[in-house]
Design a protein around this ligand. Sequence first.
Ligand code: PMT
Length: 399
Amino acid sequence: MLSLTNKRILLGITGGIAAYKCAELTRLFSKAGAEVRVAMTKAATEFITPLTMQALSGNRVSLDLLDTDAEAAMGHIELARWADLVIIAPATADFIARVSHGQADDILTTLVLATAAPIAIAPAMNQAMWSDSGTQENLSALSDRGYHIFGPASGEQACGDVGPGRMLEPQQLLQHCGNLFDVGRFASLRLLITGGPTREAIDPVRFISNHSSGKMAFALAQEAAAAGAQVTLVSGPVNLATPDSVSRIDVESAEDMLDAVMGNISGTNVFIGVAAVADYRPKQLAHEKIKKDDEGLTLSLIKNPDIISEVAKLSKGPFTVGFAAETNSIIENGKQKLLSKKLDLLFANNATQSFNSDSISLTAITSENEFEIATANKNVVAQEILKLISERINSKSAE
Ligand code: PMT
């Protein structure tokens, strides 16, 4: 199912013979309900005219960073923010090299650096240039940064060579772009997500907690709601705005979080435990501020309830997804948690990098296999996570 309706697509065209295919690609995007804006390098204008792209997209084409008229209509930073998806098609070896090194020396490279939207690249070049180790290293750097690489196809090339380097056909690119927004059956699903830290009170002014910012859980809630899911987010104390269309329940301690989860679990199709729940709480809560004692202070701790295990235990319970932030033996510890908590899927991550950062990389672990989600912005990773969950639910319900 394609989900490009009302999506804002920024199509970047670089100078390759396949640029002529962008006319058809723009027509297909528009037909699928997307709004298209086009930016072209100077070389691209040698292969297809800006006037053609303006007529097909219905919008003025961006050609130059220093064009005052274009900047007055929609400045390049505004355009970078406007996009739900940036796709560069065709992407030449030169463009890929410049972007992989973080250059911002024309309108396209600047837009790509400035956008927070997912970025897709459709390479097109001579087969020897494609196979060159420089190009491959640049592409693998982009892939590590979370860029989606579509193609190339193999076959006869404009220069007469035969091999990999042909840009994918517009219909294939349309399908790939649609897949980025396709989160399967989320439109009819209820999701319950926990996020942020918990606070375990020691006395009226002190508590035990951790560095979770809530960013990963809020990104998941935002992307799931955008994909049509009905989302309830149970959040520990964080400093983040509630995403649109998300129902939020604020809690403090692990016990509060357990109550909120169990009170809302009925009818939930997918439970995602992103929260960094404190495993222990003080055995006794002091009702007055504890006074300083020269002898020191010994706190006695007791175990908190394991919220996700309680959810996984439910008969006819939801598809249950956990997270594990580990400092060592990340995959082994993640696997062990998947099994001991009886989860359907778990995302292990490196605790020294994932807490309170804007980006994350994950290893998805199931009882059968495991695979990597490369480092990217937490919203981009959230889309990958939802896609994986959707595939797992679909294959589970097909069994
Ligand atoms: O919030 P951010 O700054 O964006 O950071 C994201 C994150 C690092 C918090 C997130 O990616 C993450 O890894 N969350 C899980 C943290 C963790 O290490 O959890 P855990 O290993 O203690 O627990 C494993 C799973 O059991 C988790 O799904 C957790 O929510 C759940 N759990 C744990 C203890 C408990 N008492 N109840 C639980 O439900």
